[in-house]
Design a protein around this ligand. Structure first.
Ligand SMILES: *[C@@H]1O[C@H](CO)[C@@H](O)[C@H](O)[C@H]1NC(C)=O
Ligand SMILES: *[C@@H]1O[C@H](CO)[C@@H](O)[C@H](O)[C@H]1NC(C)=O
Ligand SMILES: *[C@@H]1O[C@H](CO)[C@@H](O)[C@H](O)[C@H]1NC(C)=O
Ligand SMILES: *[C@@H]1O[C@H](CO)[C@@H](O)[C@H](O)[C@H]1NC(C)=O
Ligand SMILES: *[C@@H]1O[C@H](CO)[C@@H](O)[C@H](O)[C@H]1NC(C)=O
Ligand SMILES: *[C@@H]1O[C@H](CO)[C@@H](O)[C@H](O)[C@H]1NC(C)=O
Length: 642
């Protein structure tokens, strides 16, 4: 089987390198080539993408190798560099190729006056570079193309705002302002092409292999109660507005009622919540919904989907992904999206420090309900984490969680401590801690006491901060090639809201767990939901649930628990009353997934035309003013400026 695979690849490459089908046929006798892009190998049809079809070029700028020497080729691309009218580096989205201009060729004269980034079409012959001039770092470094003719297809003005060099250090605002130039960089080329490859595989998995139906749903809709802040679109009916959908949630449920039982869409969604490093006002989700299914079946579907679409170069995903309950995640990691690439779990040390006459701890345990003392143990932390960083951590504790003290222990080389605790801690207790926390030389221990919820959140945050800091200092806290997926389940259905009532932990359509359904009517705060989150390397990349499909339960949740106005959801309630199948689904945040997969530092690097941090399109200047006539048409008044 393996031999067959290698064999077919060798032939495939050959076929690709000869651009004459009848030539292929000769080399390929025994296998049928039915069309240029479809090759039958041992009875299996293979589609080969031909990036040169329907163009002038014969090859891309990243394609030529020694095996092409002697061939006449046509390349099209941008002038990345040229020197003395003798050499040109031509670049396109696939790579760069060195061109050599023969002496006395008119092309040399043409080049002398041509700005970088102009577009050329070049015809020439592939020649081997002399051994000493071969460039091993360049994919096309073995060859160059001796130019015969060159046409300037599109002149560039001199002195563009920045050079298209790889790994350039151009300010992001400038890159966003001239995004069409930024898109030429190999980084964005790689990210966007990878994104396309992944979504193509996802469509293939869902539609071709599992019979899902790709359905577009509207983005102009009405306000959805109980969700995120939505964008509002004025209309020319006075006082009437559309809202842009924050997700296709209602539509996907209505599709289930409509017997479209396997729906999927790569959906554009909108939230008026400003942009952050991992958030954009408009974003994309891979949206899935199914009837007659269970939470575990949807989890398996997503595992299969990711495994199928994951680039094999990145890693092999092993499934099923591990699971943690919300409660376990909070207790061990202080967050509902734990980064499981490294340990440093939160340890409860309440019993060790209780009744030891340590004033700071006793005070907290006595005065506060539900309080505890917890710690994280940071190997090698004492070597790198200094006083000023610790002060910053203390500040976080005070400001965000009103926790009074963050106590630290620096374990020295000889296992002696440096800590304000030294004075208070008996030798016996020290030994106990050393043993329980497995202290090593240069370990740093951070201990926090207070209300349990706050202690967990603080230590959860510091765990991630310390790990990222140590990673940046060159310690191998995690392997950059690791992709740690994790399901988090058993979330509460409702959380206390700021107004004193309850609010949905996710959205008001999430179903309670069957064994908790009776609690909805008696003790809603204790109900666990059929929601599941998928976490990757400490970031939430997907969330979904089994939905409520009983109109009575949905009405009760909306009116009695959430105090929402039912009129806004009348259509959904009526649909639930019209024969609604049990159903559930998930939405995968495609931007965030691609960001982690491509190792980008921000989701803006995996979106072709992203918004800036303050939600603007720096290239076009959107959002922009509109004329007074238009305002009148839409019944918009601008408040008088003072
Ligand atoms: C393709 O190959 C055949 C057979 O080798 C030859 O007759 C024909 O001229 C070639 N066509 C082109 C376009 O090179
Ligand atoms: C070079 O470009 C300049 C400015 O565009 C122009 O004035 C000049 O005539 C050009 N020279 C040649 C040889 O094309
Ligand atoms: C995308 O897929 C094509 C076709 O399989 C492949 O040639 C290309 O290298 C892939 N691109 C990336 C960035 O993974
Ligand atoms: C994935 O698995 C294949 C086959 O088992 C192996 O050849 C390849 O090296 C693996 N890739 C990675 C990134 O681990
Ligand atoms: C403390 O925990 C108990 C049980 O877990 C809970 O009923 C109570 O409301 C909590 N008190 C506070 C102040 O959070
Ligand atoms: C502590 O570390 C931070 C972060 O690396 C650094 O900016 C700061 O100068 C250091 N402070 C001291 C006192 O060494």
């Amino acid at each position: 089987m393996m031999a067959a695979f290698i064999f077919s690849w060798v032939y495939l490459r050959r076929v690709l390198s000869f651009r004459n089908i009848s030539t292929c046929m000769r080399f390929y006798s025994g296998n049928l080539i039915s069309s240029r892009n479809q090759i039958k190998i041992f009875g299996v049809r293979k589609y080969v993408s031909d990036v040169n079809s329907f163009t002038w070029r014969t090859h891309t700028c990243g394609e030529l190798r020694s095996e092409h020497v002697g061939q006449q080729v046509t390349l099209c691309g941008w002038v990345q560099f040229h020197r003395m009218g003798k050499f040109i580096t031509l670049r396109d989205g696939y790579g760069v190729t060195q061109l050599i201009i023969p002496e006395k060729s008119p092309v040399g004269y043409l080049m002398k006056n041509l700005s970088l980034e102009s577009v050329l079409k070049v015809e020439g012959t592939v020649v081997q570079r002399p051994l000493e001039e071969q460039n091993k770092k360049m994919a096309t470094g073995e060859i160059e193309v001796e130019v015969v003719t060159a046409d300037v297809l599109g002149k560039s003005k001199p002195n563009l705002p920045f050079n298209i060099r790889d790994f350039q250090k151009v300010k992001e605002s400038l890159r966003l302002m001239y995004r069409y130039l930024d898109l030429r960089t190999s980084n964005l080329q790689k990210n966007l092409r990878l994104r396309s490859n992944v979504t193509m595989k996802m469509r293939e998995f869902l539609c071709k292999h599992h019979g899902f139906v790709d359905i577009e749903t509207p983005t102009l809709f009405r306000r959805t109660p109980g969700g995120a802040q939505e964008f509002v679109v004025p209309t020319h009916s006075p006082g009437k507005f559309y809202s842009l959908t924050q997700s296709p949630q209602q539509f996907k449920q209505l599709l289930m009622v409509g017997a479209l039982d396997r729906y999927f869409q790569i959906a554009h969604c909108y939230r008026d919540e400003g942009a952050k490093a991992d958030r954009q006002p408009e974003f994309t989700q891979v949206d899935i919904e199914m009837s007659f299914t269970s939470a575990d079946r949807i989890k398996s579907l997503v595992e299969g989907l990711l495994q199928y679409s994951w680039p094999k170069e990145a890693s092999n995903l092993s499934t099923p992904f591990p699971k943690l309950t919300y409660k376990e995640a909070m207790e061990m990691y202080g967050t509902d999206k734990p980064d499981t690439r490294f340990d440093m779990k939160i340890i409860d040390v309440t019993d060790i420090f209780k009744n030891q006459n340590i004033e700071i701890f006793d005070k907290v345990l006595m005065n506060k309900e539900n309080s505890s003392i917890k710690a994280i143990v940071i190997p090698k932390g004492a070597l790198h984490i200094n006083k000023s960083l610790l002060e910053k951590f203390e500040e976080i504790g005070k400001c965000l969680y009103s926790l009074e003290g963050l106590v630290n222990i620096f374990v020295k080389e000889d296992l002696n401590w440096k800590s304000i605790l030294c004075k208070h801690v008996s030798l016996e207790l020290q030994q106990k801690l050393k043993k329980n926390l497995e202290l090593q030389p240069h370990t740093l221990v951070l201990i926090s006491a207070g209300e349990t919820r706050n202690v967990l959140q603080l230590l959860g945050k510091l765990r991630v901060e310390c790990a990222a800091y140590l990673q940046s200092k060159g310690l191998n806290i995690w392997n950059p090639k690791d992709f740690n997926f994790l399901w988090v389940v058993d979330f509460p259905l409702f959380l206390p809201s700021d107004e004193g009532g309850l609010e949905p932990a996710h959205h008001p359509f999430t179903a309670p767990q069957e064994q908790d359904t009776h609690l909805v009517y008696s003790n809603p705060a204790a109900v666990r939901s059929q929601h599941y989150d998928l976490v990757l390397n400490g970031q939430e990349i997907a969330g979904g649930s089994i939905r409520i499909h009983s109109s009575e339960l949905q009405k009760y949740v909306l009116t009695d628990i959430l105090k929402e106005d039912l009129t806004e959801l009348q259509h959904l309630i009526e649909a639930l009353e019209s024969g609604c199948p049990p159903h559930g689904g998930i939405a995968i945040g495609l931007d965030r997934l691609m960001c982690i997969l491509s190792g980008a530092s921000s989701i803006r690097d995996v979106i072709a035309f992203p918004k800036s941090l303050d939600g603007k399109d720096l290239m076009s200047g959107a959002p922009a003013k509109i004329s007074d006539e238009l305002k009148k048409f839409y019944f918009i008044q601008t408040p008088p400026s003072n």
